[in-house]
Design a binder for this molecule. Sequence first.
Ligand code: FA5
Length: 348
Amino acid sequence: MTAIEQIAAIEAEARASLAAAGDDGALAAWQSGVFGKGGSLTGILRGLGALAPEERKAVGAAANLAKQALEAALAERRDALKAASLAASAADALDVTLPGRPLRRGRLHPVTQVRREILDIFARLGFATVEGPEVELDEYNFGRLRIPEHHPARDMWDTFWLDEEVDGRQPLLLRTHTSPMQIRHIDTHEPPIRVAVPGRCYRYEATDATHEWMLEQVELLAIDEGLSLANLKGTLQEFARQMFGPERRVLMRNSYFPFVEPGVELAVDCFACPGDNPACPVCRGAGWLEIMGAGMVHPEIIAAAGYDPERYTGFAAGMGVERITMLKFGITDIRDLHANDLRFLSQF
Ligand code: FA5
């Protein structure tokens, strides 16, 4: 084999082993195997001196060409390995530039928003918030509110009854209003009393645009010396002003509830019609939507709790939170509130 053939063989062999070198360590070993002290190409270059002058020129030129070509091949291989390793680490790396998936923000149910607003207004007027049981004794829901068994006023509040008993006491029912908390509260607290009682109530009701079988109420109870109907009226007017704004008209007219004397109800002018449309689902042409019953606490209830009704008087009110929500947001059908349709609920 001539020296030129030998150089070609070394180059071919070096190119093959370079292609097999897969990391920096292998590249360094290859480099010293070719260009190092005892390297294959170094051996040829070293032997040049022993050659005849004309042969030395040709072999030297071929050896230098081979050296340059192998150096270029090494640089190329190093770049290729680097690019491959970058691509591999990018493949399993976290791409921090990818935009996140947006979180859908929830919101409070419109009835919750309005309940909180009602309680905030009454808190500013000095009423503390307290709560009572939804499963109630007949005695508190009716009896002690002066609605004895077989009294026609029971027809106003038909409900769901339970077979269970609590501490041997029966009958139990789902409360029809928050008024039983009037009795529970005066039994356990001394005047002056000023409380607001939010909570769910249940009625055996034929539902329509303004009636549901489950409703929320907020009960108000104030007992003190010297309270009169004027205090009730002032409190409710201030509530209506803060809740609905000064431009909305409020009507107070007399009504009957066995546990108050005198009894009134509060209505707000209809938002859904000019007040004269008999087909209006909200007011049926009456022009007003009733939002609460109220009145002066019956003296017999104050006396039954152990207080002198000549000295202590009080007022109470029970308002429908869904009805107030309807007025507040212009909702024409109460049944939409608990139908759980997000397309409806997310508007408020
Ligand atoms: C009562 O429940 C009395 N406890 C209110 C009361 C309290 C009077 C204290 C005197 C003193 P009434 O049944 O009218 O009264 O209901 C009161 C309010 O609850 C109504 O004005 C109305 O806003 C709301 N409401 C009553 N029934 C329903 C119903 N089925 N669906 C939605 N809201 C109702």
